[in-house]
Design a protein around this ligand. Sequence first.
Ligand code: F6P
Length: 361
Amino acid sequence: MKRKTRVGLITSGGDCQGLNAAIRGIGKTLLHYVDNVELFGMYDGYRGLVDGDYKFMEDGDFSGILTEGGTILGTSRQRYVPGKMIVDDDGNDLMPAMLDTYTRLNLDCLVVMGGNGTQKSAKLLMDAGMNVITLPKTIDNDIWGTDTTFGFQSAVDIASNVIDYIHSTASSHSRVFLVEAMGRDAGWLTLHAGIASGADIILIPEIPYDIDKIVEAIEQRKKRGRNFSIIAVAEGAVSTTDAVLTEEERRAAKETMGHSTISYQLASQIEKRTGQETRVTIPGHYQRGGPPCPYDRVLATQFGTAAAKLIMERQYGRMVAVQNGQIVSITLEDAASRTKFLPVDHPLITSARDVGVSFGD
Ligand code: F6P
């Protein structure tokens, strides 16, 4: 009798929209084309692989989940020692336990859906001898080697909607508003949402801001009769002063800044300098919640089906990606090698500048 194909599915790191659509894409495609396939859904990311805590997934598990937010498998963030180990809270190496589950279940391959950190840790699994295929998911859109990631567009929709709604109240009260978007150290989400909803000032980590320039842009608007200003701020935005600090110095500066996030610090500086009432709105994890937008449903389905095809062709050690509108795959080594930050000469930044957006520089 033909040997079974056994595949483990893992969703790891921060969740985002489209994970279930991707799970569905993988499961349905494999069940459609491969006789004798067995699918194991690991619970809570790598934790399920460490503890051998999994669900044997059947046809029905892949139905009715296309539009559902979150992940039906659960997720968790692993502690990762850069390039070396995945460890528990006491610093113990988790690889032997993961290898044990992989071997015990006689898996042919693991499909790992995750962001930047997950791509890096999936590479460690590969180096330890496991067959791995990954999918790029994150609202941050910062994974190297793919033009976009699923979850990103849904988060852009939400963040844009927040900025759209802030416009009317900002205008009624003649206030400055800062809307802080997620995205870690990359400005993709803030840039897209800022452009989509007509923010006047966009602050991203890749372009350090000068508070004088921000104040100048607000005053200029006032001179032109605009009684309010909207600033889209990336959570990782930095001032020109902080940009030259080492990582350690920056961490220390953050601890002493006396504000919970960069937006509150900026709001206090702006209010003092302009005399204009200034408020902060932070949508936070709301940006990662709820159903995927149709674009992400399509993208995650395409990524899922492509991962299934890689499994059928036994092409392991690869991340599915989209490049110039085509679904491709690249080596996991390449995908995990670096972070995709926004190039400062990106055409979108140029377009934003063309319509008068200030980047505080
Ligand atoms: O990487 C996705 C992300 O949502 C970032 O944008 C954000 O900085 C971080 O995760 C938040 O992490 P957590 O969900 O662990 O608070």
